[in-house]
Design a protein around this ligand. Structure first.
Ligand SMILES: Nc1nc2c(ncn2[C@@H]2O[C@H](COP(=O)(O)OP(=O)(O)OP(=O)(O)O)[C@@H](O)[C@H]2O)c(=O)[nH]1
Ligand SMILES: [Mg+2]
Length: 301
């Protein structure tokens, strides 16, 4: 029997649909998703293991210009994912115009990294066929691109085809050298996933810059026989943000907590008591020290 195993970096601009694709390929929610750009901050592995292959998808932060220390950390992670992958997948949102800058990025990606490059046009359920065909031919004209695949993670359109294409590009191995055990579908801890779930609900319930300046720290996680009690801090950048996050008579914070609790209960398959507190750490996104304290460590593959 032949085996295949490798890292597949999922790259692209913020909001292109990277995390949604990784969740869809793995069949588990490993990464949070939101309609707001710059949702993902870490490299998050989504692992799909079958009898003869293990695909390790690396969800990455959306590629953007760095404005603060957190952005720099995010872009370092993107570079590390590119450097460690056996296949690169670059996602382009098919509802958006493809800019010359993006085409140059794609060309450069392949010129600097020898590994196969697949470009996916995402969210095809939102565009007309004619429009999609124009964009497909635009990408197909780029010599550096090995494959172009239109996909919709929502409709699971072409996701099996994408899987086959990835497998085609991974080398055959005689030995089964899988990196993760069969039952692992991510590299992240329960604490990380719980904190991310709370941040996802903050992204959903809050507007403009406020959710982008939020970090969630799990303070305690206590498993009792019938209930898990979790205390978490929502850290924001300014005092003025704190009162918005709490809301009138605590209504906003309650809404975030309720939504997060429902998802965490499903994740843990247990009743959860979630206690949220809001704290301010002035301009934490600009501080290397706060980033370290909050656990933002460079993630090498
Ligand atoms: N209609 C439709 N919407 C999608 C699809 N895939 C993703 N989306 C939506 O697009 C938005 C962004 O999705 P994400 O998966 O968070 O995008 P991302 O590329 O991970 O974004 P960052 O983490 O910010 O870089 C969300 O509102 C998703 O629900 C799709 O196939 N169809
Ligand atoms: Mg994401």
């Amino acid at each position: 029997m032949n085996y295949k195993c490798g890292y597949i970096a999922i790259l692209g601009k913020p909001n292109a649909g990277k995390s949604t694709l990784v969740n869809c390929m793995v069949g588990e929610k490993v990464a949070i998703v939101s309609s707001k750009p710059q949702t993902t901050r870490n490299n998050i592995l989504g692992i799909l293991t079958k009898s003869n292959y293990q695909l390790i998808f690396v969800d990455t932060p959306g590629i953007h210009k760095s404005k603060n220390a957190l952005d720099k950390f995010m872009m370092k992670n993107v570079r590390s994912a590119i450097g460690g992958a056996s296949v690169n997948i670059y996602l382009i949102d098919s509802t958006k115009e493809i800019t010359g800058e993006e085409i140059d990025y794609v060309k450069n990606l392949k010129q600097k990294n020898e590994v196969p490059l697949i470009v996916c046009l995402s969210k095809t359920d939102l565009v007309k066929k004619q429009e999609l065909l124009i964009k497909l031919s635009q990408i197909a004209n780029i010599n550096e691109v090995d494959e172009v695949v239109p996909i919709s993670s929502y409709k699971a359109y072409n996701t099996n085809e994408l899987l086959e294409i990835i497998l085609k590009y991974l080398p055959n191995e005689k030995e089964k050298n899988f990196i993760y055990d069969n039952d692992y579908y991510t590299d992240k801890s329960i604490n990380f996933i719980v904190a991310e779930t709370i941040r996802e609900k903050a992204l959903l319930c809050l507007e403009q810059e406020i959710p982008h300046g939020i970090n969630v720290n799990i303070v305690s996680f206590i498993e009792k026989p019938n209930i898990t009690v979790i205390e978490a801090d929502i850290v924001c950048e300014r005092e003025s943000h704190k009162s918005i996050i709490i809301g009138k008579r605590g209504k906003k914070l309650k809404e975030i907590g309720e939504k997060a609790r429902i998802d965490i209960e499903k994740l843990l398959d247990k009743k959860v008591l979630l206690k949220l507190f809001v704290k301010t750490k002035k301009n934490w996104r600009d501080s290397e020290n706060y980033l370290k304290e909050f656990g933002y460590k460079k993630e090498n593959l």
